[in-house]
Design a protein around this ligand. Structure first.
Ligand code: CAA
Length: 291
């Protein structure tokens, strides 16, 4: 199936990255959010990240202009009805995602493929709330989307072969690599990554190390590009907690219990970089550990 127009729901951290890479690959992108401010912020971020690629010699000014020209925006969800593929990248809350799908589905063309960038929620369950479980699947990007090579593709129990192959074709056109994952809680990347991050928070909670020593240990001792606490701030502590809860509920194993300290940071509204405070305080020139 030919994909030309792609709808992206949610102009946050993931949505703007997805719009960026799709537009750069030549797709017509329609970026949607309920907030015009969020859309304006996303366009500014995309412009900044494209500039960064131009300054590093990865893109020409013409390619940047063409990518920006491929993006249009709307605050009206029904406008996405005219697209061939929709990628939902709203906040990681199942009730919100199902409400969006219920509002959108009556406006979709019959051939449109509906996907979710969910990092952990059951694709089969999300699909069952739509009119097209066979044309529904998980399309999971990693952050920062323009840089990370991997996209996880997750089939629900009803996803048909054509839907999977069409999405695989899109990933290939982006120049990225797809990993096919089965539909179990948190799929592959987060099934492994989040327990590691949660364990790093336990290591901090139990006083085994400080924020600085934990991050330094994994950077210098395991060659990770970011320490686990720095990475948690980068992903968003609310997202990390939501994924741990999905693992804990979905796999019913106490080894996935979220660390109480992670819960406390989220309760405080210290969600990481996006709120300027998490395991580090980002309000000054340099990030300063908060513990
Ligand atoms: N857009 C475009 N380019 C970007 C970018 C962005 N948002 N962010 C960084 N870059 C580019 C830079 O321009 C730079 O390009 P060159 O190699 O051409 O110079 C390159 O990426 C490296 O960036 P920096 O030099 O600024 O910084 P760095 O070397 O410290 O790398 C990083 C930054 C790529 C984010 C690196 O720290 C990293 O890989 N961190 C781990 C990220 C990770 O694990 N992500 C997965 C999170 S899990 C997830 O996303 C799944 C989920 O569901 C939660």
């Amino acid at each position: 199936m030919d994909i030309n127009k792609i709808g992206v729901i949610g102009a946050g951290q993931m949505g703007n990255g997805i719009a960026h890479v799709m537009a750069l690959a030549g797709y017509q992108v329609l970026l949607n959010d309920i907030s015009q401010d969020a859309i304006d912020g996303a366009l500014a971020t995309i412009g900044k990240n494209l500039d960064r690629q131009v300054s590093r010699g990865k893109l020409s000014e013409d390619e940047k202009a063409a990518a920006l020209g491929n993006i249009s925006t709307t605050v009206q969800l029904p406008d996405l009805g005219q697209t061939d593929l929709v990628i939902e990248a709203a906040t990681e809350r199942e009730t919100l995602k199902t409400a969006i799908f219920e509002d959108l589905v009556p406006h979709l063309q019959p051939h449109t493929i509906l996907t979710s960038n969910t990092s952990s929620i059951s694709i089969t369950r999300l699909a069952s709330r739509t009119d097209r479980p066979e044309r529904f699947m998980g399309f999971h990007f990693m952050n920062p989307v323009p840089v990370m090579q991997l996209v996880e593709l997750i089939r629900g129990i009803a996803t048909d072969k054509e839907t999977f192959e069409t999405c695989l074709g899109v990933v290939e056109k982006l120049g990225k690599t797809a990993a096919s994952a089965e539909d179990f809680p948190a799929f592959i990347v987060n099934r492994i990554l989040m327990p590691m991050i949660n364990e790093a928070v336990y290591t901090l909670y139990e006083g085994v190390g400080s924020v600085k020593s934990i991050d330094q240990s994994l950077k210098l001792g395991a060659n990770h590009p970011m320490g686990p606490l720095e990475l948690a701030d980068f992903i968003g502590l609310d997202t990390c907690l939501a994924i741990m809860n999905v693992l804990h509920d979905g796999l019913a194993d106490t080894k996935y219990r979220p660390c109480p300290l992670l819960t406390k940071y989220v309760e405080a509204g210290w969600l990481g970089r996006k709120t300027q405070r998490g395991f580090y305080d980002y309000r000054g020139d340099e990030p300063v550990p908060t513990r």
